[in-house]
Design a protein around this ligand. Structure first.
Ligand code: KG4
Ligand code: ZN
Length: 348
């Protein structure tokens, strides 16, 4: 059977979402995400021990629900795909161990999927309007998440070349840290974006950092700039930020504008320099409304075709893992029980 028709069950547990999905060809049949956001919000960030324990409690039910919602049984599945890195080791191990158990009991081929490759693959989901099609390639893809801010050049759905990456914090991490300074809660991206709705993005002058003459990012200084600004205006974020919602809104809007400007600047430069006609975005930060709007406008005015998955395919999910598995199935040797996990990208 060609992978254009095969059904792949994907599993994702690299951070704080326990997710499973069934994809047939490049069409998503089900996508179940059990988020742990509420639990980690109490601690202001992901607690690895808590995350892996929750994955263990939930994974079997989530997989069963993915099969049920797709109205299929194990007999209908052709391959298993599981994220095996980068991510939190304890969390990854839960998904990979579950996938190995299903591999043993069903005999299905098993593929280990790189989480970033999965975010890229989200763009190829077919059941929507502005999907990226393999025939559109080459393309530039911005992967902006809690752990990554990568600009990649892809020639095929399975190969990619990193043109730029962050030298310190990722874009999502910057949002999360700034939200903590403003006491807006976790995850910070949606919170900052929400608070920014009523703010003036020109109220504060945050830096748009460059890293020499490269396409790399550096976001750690932005958080420091936010801390300084908060100290300077005498709004003690640790105590009473909510007392002045207008100031918080202006800070959030100005901060968001700085991150978005920086991402847009580098990604448009990469698109121009590589001469491609297609640009896509992926990862949790790709759910950001301002980023989507700005890239859509810039692409419209430069004749580049812009592709963006719906927000639920941008944040962590297993449909993207199954989609990545679809491209691997039949083109690569499947894994066996020695499949390992890794926490960071090689070389990082
Ligand atoms: O891809 P993802 O769900 O998980 C990782 O692989 O990291 O990305 C999570 C990150 C978090 O840092 C979160 O604050 C950020 O994506 N994020 C956003 C938005 N939604 C999620 N950042 C900015 N604006 C958003 N609307
Ligand atoms: Zn992710």
């Amino acid at each position: 059977m060609s992978n254009a028709e095969s059904s792949v069950l994907g599993i994702e547990t690299s951070c704080d979402e326990t997710a499973a999905a069934v994809v047939q060809g490049l069409v998503i049949r089900s996508s179940v995400v059990a988020s742990q956001e509420e639990i980690h919000a109490m601690f202001g960030g992901v607690v690895p021990e808590v995350a892996s324990r929750k994955h263990t409690e939930t994974i079997v039910r989530v997989v069963q629900r993915a099969l049920d919602e797709a109205e299929v049984t194990w007999e209908d599945i052709d391959a298993l795909a599981v994220t095996n890195g980068p991510g939190l080791i304890g969390s990854l191990l839960v998904g990979v161990s579950a996938a190995k158990a299903y591999h043993i009991t069903t005999g299905l081929p098993l593929y280990g999927i790189n989480h970033l490759q999965a975010h890229v693959a989200a763009n190829f989901a077919h059941d929507r309007e502005n999907a990226l099609h393999p025939d559109d390639l080459p393309a530039i893809i911005l992967i902006a998440s809690g752990g990554h801010s990568d600009i990649v050049y892809i020639e095929t759905p399975t190969d990619y070349q990193v043109l730029g990456q962050t030298v310190d914090d990722a874009a999502g991490e910057a949002f999360d840290k700034a939200a903590r300074v403003l006491d807006l809660g976790y995850p910070g991206g949606p919170a900052i974006s929400q608070a920014a709705e009523d703010g003036d993005s020109a109220a504060y002058d945050f830096p748009r950092p460059t890293v020499s003459d490269t396409l790399d990012f550096s976001f750690s200084g932005l958080k420091t700039a936010m801390v300084r600004q908060v100290e300077e205006i005498g709004s003690p974020a640790a105590d009473t930020p909510a007392e002045d919602p207008a100031t918080v809104a202006d800070l959030a809007a100005s901060f968001q504008a700085a991150v978005v400007d920086t991402l847009v600047r580098n990604v448009m430069r990469a698109t121009e320099e590589s001469g491609v006609n297609h640009l896509a975005i992926a990862g949790g930060v790709a759910a950001n409304r301002l980023l989507r709007k700005r890239l859509r406008e810039t692409c419209n005015s430069t004749g580049i075709q812009f592709h963006v998955p719906p927000p639920e395919l941008c944040t962590d999910n297993a449909a993207m893992v199954a989609l990545a598995g679809t491209f691997q199935h039949g083109t690569r040797e499947p894994e066996n029980l020695s499949l390992g996990v890794f926490s960071a990208m090689p070389g990082k």
